[in-house]
Design a protein around this ligand. Sequence first.
Ligand code: KIV
Ligand code: NA
Length: 265
Amino acid sequence: ARRVRTLDLQKAKRDGRRWAMLTSYDQYTAALFERSGVEALLVGDSAANNVYGHATTLPVTVDELIPLARAVSSATSRALVIADLPFGSYEVSAEQAATTAIRFMKEAGVHAVKLEGGVRMADRVRAVVDAGIPVMAHIGFTPQSEHALGGYKVQGRGDAAQQLLADARAVTEAGAFAVVLEMVPAELAAEVTRELQIPTVGIGAGAGCDAQVLVWQDMAGLRTGPVPRFVKRYANLDEVLSGAVRAYVDDVASGAFPESERDFS
Ligand code: KIV
Ligand code: NA
């Protein structure tokens, strides 16, 4: 099958067919996820947390994300690969946004980029789209502005619903092909989804969205400890992997590994 295109995802909305997106930051997960039916892979700036071990997404750089994005696009042949523009790589100007997005296309071979912000970033979305690069917008809770927003909070409650609608309209008007809605009340996300022609991708935004996205280490249970309420754990990879590693360590200690059939004589 050929590579998924942004137009396919837009057609899925018209056909009422929901699709799944997952983050990926390396070749094995990328190939496995597309083999398992994931249509869009996000090389998220959540690599800051999930690959590089930072507490927030803020520190990760373009130079750190590009090699991960390169691995994901190289390892796949079907999924649409989207890279996040990290904090600091597009906010300064429309020109900066286009320049950074072009780097991801040329050096990482991705098929689209994602950036955070609605009305306030609409001219950046437009500049990247004008460069011939599909843009996935990201509104509602935007982790790169966590400090401005005053923490991890649901966005769009009460009077803030009008701002969220304005953000959704602004990024659509600016040419985004899809929009992530993060931590938005389910009813409002459903309303946005009904109003917009472009697909909405929900994370903590209810079942009314056209698609869903999760961080893979969260959904596969590799991340331990408390997770946000919107995360569903579909596996316990922490248990599976630590079981395997403990067995290996014990076998080395006891001499049970390596067995003689693995020897070279
Ligand atoms: O970086 C990321 O993982 C994301 C998604 C969770 C939407 O932006
Ligand atoms: Na992100």
